[in-house]
Design a protein around this ligand. Structure first.
Ligand code: GLC
Ligand code: GLC
Length: 816
């Protein structure tokens, strides 16, 4: 879909932003290993190493006006005119502007008065260096004498302290300059063994390191003093706010161009002595990086390495199907977003400050579901890291800091769904890889130093926790909340300064969650399957028993007549019932009960999803519940604190829509599934002025029909929607399902699709799968051949030996 603001360039896997004043900043991410950067279409954003809170390299101001201010800026001075290729911060009108957001890179081209400047920002794989390849071209008819000024503002690493503790920070800033290299060395003298380097591969004509000198005490970045005056001052920062800026003077004849690079590097000193002489940083690591990038071809080689890294990653899954949006999202943007959410969980975006949340327990476990096929080894490590933040009683730290891997309770604990997601992620990992050795990894419990219980023990502890925390309807207790952080049935908060997730007492509470019951059914079934695969029939039977008991409780106590209840509150009153005044039907329990296998033999699954369709489905996606809460209900918590139609109060919370999509896939309605899939798919949107967020990645939330601004998206990028929409499309609709015994082929497509094909890497082998649908059905495999030989059933067994396996599937039968 192309709009006044941009278009997809599918062959290049890029989104092309064609004007800088997008309805909101449109963001991309740089980096794939340890060094990460946020980069908007006007070059805004910041850079950090591993942890946006604890190791922030460049500064960013939250909640700013304008919204996106601060970033990787290059000022171009041409005569008396000063402009930026990315438009900001000067906002000098450009003759031409284009921003291409690609996989791990952003390229911005701006031109004015015959001068074209192209900036390419990226982090090469395996490196802690952010490169800004800079090309300046004289496209006009006269010689040009240009002065360029680069600009970054350094952060003092611990971002919260940096943003709040000025009585200290204004006195500690330190830098050194050597040639074209600015070294930011604040706190290096004492406890840090790392510094930030901002350098230029080309000779420079001057530099600045003091913000007061470069910008001016009374100026904004749009009127920074030095670029407008035309000459760097050679300032050395002593305290206050260190920055890095280079002055580059260029003379370009008509038609001439010059290419060089700036780069920002995070350097750990390691074994190297800290100082070469008292008070002077030993710069050998920094000099070596500069030498390396000064080699001809080094920058282009690094960019080529990035591109082939991504090509390799995305070759794990590629589809060719009749739906252009689904194809584009699956092949590029959705998998890309899965990798970013895997790396960053919910920590750093334009809606997550990087100082609030780290790696979420439930979030990261879900992220693995959409990521595990991309880099299974990384998923393995993440599962073990997450499990290591579980407590011996089965509860979990709700988040941990990526730098330290230590869990903390800053944003609460006792969310009684958390532990169950670990079962789902682990089973998904074993199904994907066949690697059962992960189950025997000694992980231990975080509150029991020296304990070495293995991962399988953690899974059992998770199941046992839920079973020992059931309420009076034999449904799981909810704790501070379940997946819906805002359904706080034990909070009863009347104090505006407390957090809904930490306030209130869960001890002895009666409140139960039907959504957790559905999730438990899925987890139990998954773990039973794993035990069967391991040959532990008795354990599998034990879990089947637990499953049956939970299912019986759901069917006996949680059916409201036309849908499943959402919960029982602390007084034992149903939540999400037709008897309620507001909030009569909720999406999460319909999705999870159906996915858990409830309502199968009795028609309730279909009835529940039809109720969702009648009451919650809209053109922009499915509402979280209806009717919206119009007043604050202390017995329900934060959900009723939001204005109607926003966030958890009857917004379209895209993440949970996918559970209904998958539910329809289970029931076999591929037309409904794809229609719903498309309703929240960002690339289908033409109403960009309403939607506002990026067209290439999912947003957490789209305002619902009760909102003043229905259809408006917020909180893009870091959302579980990424993983779950990929699972919906890849497994639910296209039906390529990893199982312990191989790849099950179980499509649920629109009847109108005549054929499609998928290339899927699975356990090191590439499967070329073609599905044809001669009878125009949604589901049901009639025949399946592997390398031409018929297979009984619809599971492709893991190949032994071959690199590529050809699978032909014909629909029109009843194998599912
Ligand atoms: C946010 C949280 C997630 C939660 C969801 C619903 O996206 O990161 O953990 O499940 O909100 O409240
Ligand atoms: C808020 C948000 C919710 C998020 C939670 C995290 O309550 O509405 O989406 O998960 O904060 O603490």
């Amino acid at each position: 879909m192309s709009t006044p603001y941009g278009r997809f360039d599918d062959p290049r896997r890029e989104y092309v932003v064609t004007r800088p004043d997008t309805p909101l900043p449109w963001l991309n991410y740089l980096g794939q290993d340890d060094l990460f950067g946020l980069c908007t279409n006007t070059a805004g954003g910041y850079t950090f190493w591993r942890d946006a809170k604890l190791r922030r390299l460049t500064r960013y101001r939250y909640n700013n006006a304008p919204y996106d201010l601060g970033g990787r800026y290059l000022y171009v001075r041409d005569g008396e005119t000063v402009w930026n290729p990315g438009w900001k911060p000067t906002k000098t009108p450009l003759d031409r502007y284009e921003c291409r957001h690609g996989l791990g890179y952003t390229q911005i081209v701006g031109s004015k008065d015959g001068v074209e400047v192209e900036l390419l920002f990226f982090v090469p794989p395996g490196e802690n260096v952010e490169v800004w390849r800079t090309t300046v071209r004289n496209r006009g008819g006269r010689p040009k004498d240009l002065t360029l000024f680069s600009f970054v503002e350094f952060c003092f690493y611990e971002a919260l302290n940096d943003m709040s503790n000025f009585q200290r920070t204004y006195s500690i800033g330190e830098v050194e300059v050597e040639g074209s290299a600015v070294y930011h060395t604040t706190e290096f003298r004492e406890r840090r063994d790392h510094y930030t380097l901002f350098a230029c591969t080309r000779e420079i004509a001057g530099f600045d390191t003091s913000r007061d000198a470069f910008v001016g005490v009374h100026n904004g970045l749009h009127e920074a003093g030095v670029p407008f005056a035309g000459a760097a001052t050679g300032s050395i920062a002593h305290g206050w706010n260190p920055i890095g800026s280079h002055q580059v003077d260029l003379h370009l004849e008509p038609g001439a161009s010059e290419t060089f690079a700036f780069f920002l590097a995070y350097v750990e000193q390691g074994e190297q002595p800290k100082f070469e002489r008292p008070g002077v940083l030993d710069k050998s690591h920094g000099r070596a990086i500069l030498e390396r990038y000064r080699e001809p071809g080094a920058v282009d080689g690094a960019f080529a390495a990035l591109q082939s890294w991504w090509a390799g990653i995305l070759s794990a899954f590629e589809v060719d199907c009749p739906d252009e949006d689904a194809q584009r999202m699956a092949n590029t943007w959705n998998q890309y977003q899965c990798l970013v959410t895997f790396n960053l969980s919910r920590s750093a975006s334009f809606y997550e400050s990087g100082i609030g949340r780290g790696m979420g327990f439930r979030d990261s476990n879900q992220d693995i579901l959409g990521f595990v096929h991309l880099v299974p080894e990384r998923a393995r490590q993440r599962i073990l890291d997450l499990a290591a933040t579980q407590l011996a009683d089965g509860t979990c730290y709700h988040q941990y800091q990526p730098l330290t891997k230590q869990g903390n309770a800053d944003i609460g604990g006792d969310f009684y769904d958390d532990h169950l997601w670990l079962v789902l992620s682990t089973c998904a990992y074993v199904k994907e890889t066949g690697d059962t050795s992960i189950l025997r990894e000694p992980v231990g419990y975080t509150d029991t130093p020296g304990s070495g219980e293995d991962l399988l023990h953690h899974l059992e502890t998770s199941i046992a926790y839920t079973l020992s925390h059931l309420g009076e309807h034999d449904l799981p207790l909810i704790g501070h909340a379940d997946w819906n952080d805002c359904l706080n049935l034990n909070c009863f908060s009347t104090e505006p300064n407390e957090s809904f997730q930490t306030a209130g007492d869960v001890e002895g509470s009666r409140a139960e969650s039907v959504m957790i019951a559905g999730l438990f059914l899925s987890a139990c079934r998954d773990l039973a399957g794993l035990y069967r695969h391991l040959g532990s029939g008795a354990d599998a039977d034990r879990l089947d028993g637990a499953y049956d008991d939970m299912l019986a409780a759901v069917e006996e106590h949680a059916w409201d007549g036309a849908w499943y209840l959402r919960a029982f509150d602390a007084a034992g009153t149903p939540v999400g019932s037709s008897a309620c005044e507001e909030g009569q039907i909720f999406i999460e329990s319909q999705g999870w009960c159906v996915l858990g296998g409830a309502g199968r033999g009795n028609g309730r699954a279909r009835r529940a999803l039809e109720s969702v369709h009648e009451r919650l489905a809209t053109e922009h996606g499915i509402l979280l519940h209806q009717p919206a809460f119009t007043r604050y209900h202390p017995e329900l918590g934060e959900i009723t604190s939001y204005p109607p139609g926003y966030k958890e109060n009857a917004g379209i919370f895209c993440h949970n829509n996918t559970w209904v999509h998958l539910g329809w896939c289970l029931l076999g309605d591929g037309d409904r599934a794809l229609e719903y899939y498309r309703s929240i798919c960002p690339s289908t949107r033409s109403d960009v002025e309403t939607y506002r967020a990026e067209p290439y990645v999912y947003a957490q939330m789209i305002a619902g029909r009760d909102a003043a601004t229905p259809g408006e998206a917020k909180n893009s990028w870091l959302t579980g929607t990424a993983a779950w929409t990929f699972v919906t499309l890849a497994q639910g609709i296209l039906g390529i399902k990893p199982e312990y015994a191989g790849l099950r082929i179980d499509p649920c497509i629109p009847k109108g699709w005549r054929s499609y094909s998928v290339t899927r890497r699975f356990r090191g082998v590439t499967y070329e799968i073609t599905v044809s649908n001669p009878d125009g059905v949604c589901t049901g495999v009639r025949s399946l051949t592997v390398d031409g030989a018929p297979v009984v059933g619809n599971v492709v067994p893991p190949s032994e030996g071959d690199d590529t396996v050809v699978v032909d599937v014909v629909l029109g039968g009843d194998l599912r």
